[in-house]
Design a protein around this ligand. Structure first.
Ligand SMILES: *Cc1c(COP(=O)(O)O)cnc(C)c1O
Length: 468
């Protein structure tokens, strides 16, 4: 037996022979010679270990080369790349959240390619601050006295807690002890900041008196948290911003609200009511509001703290700020996005445009897509159906948006198989599924992307889009 294995091991191909295969050049040019060599070494290594363990494995050079080639093929395309979002979720965290407006893309490109006055004050001819490029715009668009941009909203919350409540107590309602997803959990962030969390109320009901009863000389802050992607409905109650603001003022505490999505204006969609804008929170007396730049606001990944300038000065002095500072491309894109709000042109921001698009327009696109696909996909059942879309990004979780989709199903092809073929296509397309059909939601696709989606569907349904 051992001799047999030894003989088999001797049959394994030699590295030099593998590297001399004619197809390796293409991969070497993109990935470098070392990566190609490593892929072969791994493929040989796998066969060698299998043989040593006594399992069956082919020593055929062709099979080993093919294994390496599959691995290299996976690596040759960019890992982070475009996908078609046909899920109907407008701000989809796993699909990169907001898509930027053209002016924001242009600004980011210029900041990336040219030298820029990122931290240079052109008026004074001296060192400046990167935050200055967006602070005035944030004050205009939110009504805040001052504002500070950091890497993301998680950083904004952590910075507030660390700079204003480290070593002291922060009161949070039990109904707002939420996990946002991606491991952002309010209790954990609080613990990490060095502040002590005091929970008050119950899951469904918390009143001003609950906060009041928990106050001690050590209390520094009341933290209000947007519950984002879930809702407590039915027998529930929470203290209003005005009540909490009054309490904070009376007792000399800081009221901070983690607003999550960061609406700057009313989205202007009849279904979307009830989410406060940043301005409304500040007007209700909240001292500091934190929010994301890439959710409903429709900009790049960023976090903002907006509110009273005296408190923001304390944040500016916290050493964490250095670790959370915003990159120049992001800052440029954010400035350009805010300028669209200032000019009343926020309808040009893709996230808002996708929320505002009228259902009739979505239906038209769905019908056109179905009409295009029909002749190309004989035997495939294609239907145009109303559907429910979602805002995403933790905003309006309980409010479905009326949308339209194209539902496709083919006999003998499960929705799972079809979804996998679509994921493996180029560009990959992500759609909804229901029973044995997949559903292509039009709202989360750009209209210009409809032809690409059609091509992806044709490839997947004809079977030449995947390996089955
Ligand atoms: C999304 C969200 C966060 C995290 O924001 P990021 O910008 O992703 O860091 C924090 N709090 C709430 C309430 C949120 O909705």
């Amino acid at each position: 037996m051992r001799d047999e294995i030894r003989n088999l091991l001797r049959e394994l191909p030699r590295m030099d022979d593998l590297l001399a295969l004619p197809w390796t050049g293409e991969y070497e040019r993109v990935l470098g010679r070392a990566a190609v060599r490593n892929a072969f070494a791994e493929a040989i290594g796998e066969v060698r270990s299998a043989l040593r363990e006594g399992s069956a494995a082919s020593c055929d050079p062709g099979a080993i080369a093919e294994r390496a080639r599959r691995e290299l093929e996976e690596r040759i395309r960019p890992s982070l790349r475009r996908v078609l979002n046909a899920t109907g979720v407008v701000v989809h965290t796993n699909l990169g959240r907001s898509r930027l407006a053209p002016s924001a893309v242009a600004a980011a490109g210029e900041a990336a390619t040219c030298a820029c006055n990122l931290e240079y004050d052109l008026g004074r001819g001296d060192r400046g601050h990167r935050n200055d490029h967006v602070e005035w715009l944030l004050r205009q668009t939110t009504g805040a006295d001052a504002a500070l941009a950091v890497n993301n909203n998680a950083a904004a919350v952590l910075l507030c807690l660390s700079a204003l409540a480290r070593g002291r107590e922060v009161i949070v309602s039990r109904g707002e002890q939420v996990e946002i997803g991606g491991s952002f959990r309010i209790p954990d962030v609080l613990a990490y900041s060095g502040a002590r969390q005091i929970e008050v109320g119950t899951t469904n009901r918390t009143r001003r008196s609950d906060y009041e009863a928990a106050l001690t000389p050590d209390t520094a802050m009341i933290l209000k948290v947007h519950p984002s992607n879930y809702r407590i409905v039915g027998f529930c109650e929470s203290a209003s911003r005005e009540e909490l603001a009054a309490l904070a003022r009376e007792r000399d505490l800081i009221l901070v609200e983690d607003l999550g999505s960061g609406l700057l204006v009313d989205p202007g969609v009849p279904e979307l009511r009830g989410e406060p804008t940043v301005r409304e929170c500040l007007e209700a007396g909240v001292d500091l509001v934190t929010f994301s730049g890439d959710k409903l606001l429709g900009g790049p990944q960023i976090g903002v703290v907006a509110g009273r300038s005296q408190l923001l000065d304390r944040l500016r002095r916290d050493p964490l700020l250095r670790a959370f500072r915003v990159d120049k491309m992001t800052l440029a894109a954010f400035e350009a996005t805010l300028r669209l709000y200032l000019a009343g042109r926020e309808g040009e921001i893709p996230a808002l445009a996708a929320l505002r698009v009228r259902p009739e327009r979505l239906e038209e696109r769905a019908r056109r897509m179905a009409a295009d696909l029909g002749p190309l996909l004989p035997g495939v059942e294609i239907r145009v159906l109303p559907c429910e879309d979602a805002v995403g990004g933790g905003a309006f979780p309980a409010v479905p948006l009326p949308g339209w989709c194209v539902a496709l199903g083919a006999p003998g092809l499960s929705a799972g198989t079809l979804a996998r073929r679509l994921r493996e296509g180029e560009p990959p397309l992500l759609a909804g599924a229901e029973e044995d059909r997949i559903r292509v939601h039009l709202r989360s696709l750009f209209e210009e992307e409809d032809p690409l989606a059609e091509a992806a569907l044709v490839a997947a349904l004809r079977g030449d889009g995947g390996r089955d």
